[in-house]
Ligand binder design. Sequence first.
Ligand code: MG
Length: 255
Amino acid sequence: MTKHIRFTLDLEAPPTIADGSGKVIYGTLEGDVINSATGQHKLANVRLLPPCSPTKIVCVGRNYADHAKEMGNAIPTEPLIFMKPPSSLNAHGGEIIYPSLTTSISYEGELGVIIGKRAWQVPKEDWEQYVLGYTLVNDVTARDLQKKDGQWTRGKGFDTFCPTGPWMVKKEEVDLPSLRVMSFVDGEKRQDAPVTDMIFDLPTVIHYITQFMTLEPGDLIATGTPPGVGIVEPGTLLRVEIPGIGSLENRLIKK
Ligand code: MG
């Protein structure tokens, strides 16, 4: 399995820097050694960035029936789409900042899909040619603001609320139907479900989104979270894990 990463040698750089900044380097990771066009680097000497630089992060809400039920919601009859802003991106190991505007933060472990070429009105049977690869996403949510506002931009959109990574695995190396989405809170398992439990599968989701929106290379789709979400306190270590892809860790910090 080849781990495709984005990184920078600027250890103070924010995780949201775009590729045009001249600071972003692409490479592959083997053990703790990175191979890239700029040579070899030790993982400890670089700052990992999310593995893609999306123009938009498109998310599917309530895409697992048991998660819709645990939140007291009806099972949707068509995909429920919302967005997180690119300014919410966070990298593996980055701190999730607990905002003072909320008192109830939840994790949501999800499979992330990275788009490989411009996609508009994609027929279901053609979906896979628009996918470059897969990653992990934690769709961090301020549950109180999500409920209070009615729409989800604020509750889902804070800076640092979209940990993504640590790397991308290309679709050719992923056995999609075998994947399970798991999450752990301070090492304790809270979510574990097969991606085949999704109400709307990837062909349906990509077809649906591209009926109203063009997806660009590097755009990210967060495909929804299985049951087992919950409120967590500052200091908690959150881990999303998808065996066959990787493991994404971030600590929730109140500043
Ligand atoms: Mg979600």
